[in-house]
Design a protein around this ligand. Structure first.
Ligand SMILES: [Zn+2]
Length: 407
């Protein structure tokens, strides 16, 4: 196994979560008599470029089946984030009707709808049939393809280069990292800008977010490592923002090395912040496993105490994070009766691995649970506000990461 960026052999374990099925492999009732495919979930740190990464690339078709059920538009706070970003980018880059915006992994058009509303031409690149179809229903042109060097070359020959290329929460999910970043450089117009958002490895460790580790999430980046990867493909990062999304993300603004965008002070400041935190030192990467184990053990102890006391515990949010936590902790429906999710595409199915049923929110009003575990802790405030009525019967909210909290 070699580093997916610099090809150095990998030997340093960052985190070992045992094995689990792909986090989006939801089960139908008729699947419950069949076996599931479990894959090791183990991360390594490259001692050369410090890229944290999964040790083995699963086949695309195993991870992104046609049943892949994540529709971005089901989260209100995520839509608000997308709308704010489009307003900012359109103003900062002076985008207008002569420009082209390309979004990679455009999902159901949750973001491009705001680009289109401003009269700016746009195209989405989205490999998943279900979400691509949903985007087209909104009138957003969507090409059903995986993005990479080959795709970008063909697209540019047939059409044109993009003035803004958006890649939000996709860089961490690409198995062929060099092929993807090379494609970004090809798709980008000479004076254009690429913006990329991804969870920041510094925050993952500081906030103990081990549950953001799952198979489809191949790479975990420091700012310095991404700068190095972009530099290897002729791209230069001229600004960086720290965002609260996904527990702490970075948004990069990048261009071709010879483009005129002036570098902001934020670039040097963030490099210094990472160095001060110790991220240049391998020791920083060795201390994460015991932190993850402590969270898992505390969560499991809480569920066992509730079980013995006859308390009913359920979950909210059938997202990848929840599956990592539940499968690593070995939680099954006897300890967590069901998980509610707003997406009708997940309701009626079962979570992969744990096989906990996914139901609609009305179940909470009907069964009046003592505790609701908020699995996507990044949406904690939104979910607690939405479910505030559980207080009527003394219900409480629980989050397990970064430590057990009951409120
Ligand atoms: Zn490397």
């Amino acid at each position: 196994m070699k580093c997916r960026f610099c090809q150095t052999p990998l030997g340093n374990v960052f985190l070992d979560l045992g094995s689990a099925p792909p986090s989006n492999a939801f089960l139908r009732s008729e699947d419950l008599n069949a076996a599931e495919s479990w894959f090791p979930l183990k991360l390594f740190t490259c001692n050369q470029c410090l890229l944290v990464q999964v040790d083995e690339v699963q086949r695309h078709d195993a991870l992104f089946s046609s049943d892949y059920a994540y529709f971005s538009s089901y989260s209100r706070s995520w839509l608000a984030h997308a709308e704010r970003y489009v307003a900012q980018a359109a103003e900062r880059l002076h985008l207008g009707p002569r420009d082209l915006v390309m979004e990679i992994a455009s999902n159901d058009g949750y973001l491009l709808q705001y680009v289109q509303a401003r009269g700016i031409p746009c195209v989405g690149i989205e490999p998943t049939a279900g979400t691509a179809a949903a985007a087209r229903e909104r009138g957003i042109e969507t090409v059903e393809q995986f993005f990479g060097e080959g795709f970008a070359t063909e697209f540019v020959q047939a059409r044109r280069q993009a003035d803004l290329v958006i890649a939000n929460n996709v860089l961490a999910h690409v198995p062929e990292l060099n092929d993807f970043v090379a494609g970004l450089a090809i798709a980008l117009a000479p004076k254009g800008t690429i913006t990329v958002e991804f969870p920041h490895l510094l925050q993952l460790v500081a906030q103990r977010q081990f549950d953001t580790v799952y198979h489809e999430h191949f790479s975990y980046f420091s700012f310095r490592t991404v700068q190095r990867i972009f530099g290897a493909h002729g791209l230069r990062i001229w600004d960086v923002e720290e965002l609260p999304t996904h527990g702490g993300s970075l948004r990069l603004w990048a261009c071709h090395v010879d483009a005129s965008h002036r570098e902001t002070p934020a670039v040097a400041a963030l490099l210094a912040l990472e160095s001060d935190a110790g991220m240049q030192d391998m020791a920083w990467y060795h201390d994460f496993q015991p932190l993850a184990d402590a969270i898992k053990n505390d969560f499991l102890a809480f569920l066992l105490d509730c079980k013995r006391a006859g308390k009913q515990v359920v979950g909210y949010g059938a997202a990848a994070k929840g599956n990592t936590l539940l499968n690593y902790a070995g939680v099954r429906p006897d300890l967590l009766g069901y998980v509610v999710d707003a997406s009708p595409h997940k309701q009626g199915r079962h979570l992969p691995g744990s096989r906990i049923p996914v139901v609609a929110e009305m179940q909470i009003r009907e069964t009046r649970p003592d505790f609701v575990v908020v699995l996507p802790w990044n949406l904690r405030d939104e979910i607690i506000e939405q479910l505030a009525y559980i207080r009527e019967w003394g219900g409480k909210f629980v989050t397990a990461v970064p430590h057990m909290a009951v409120s």
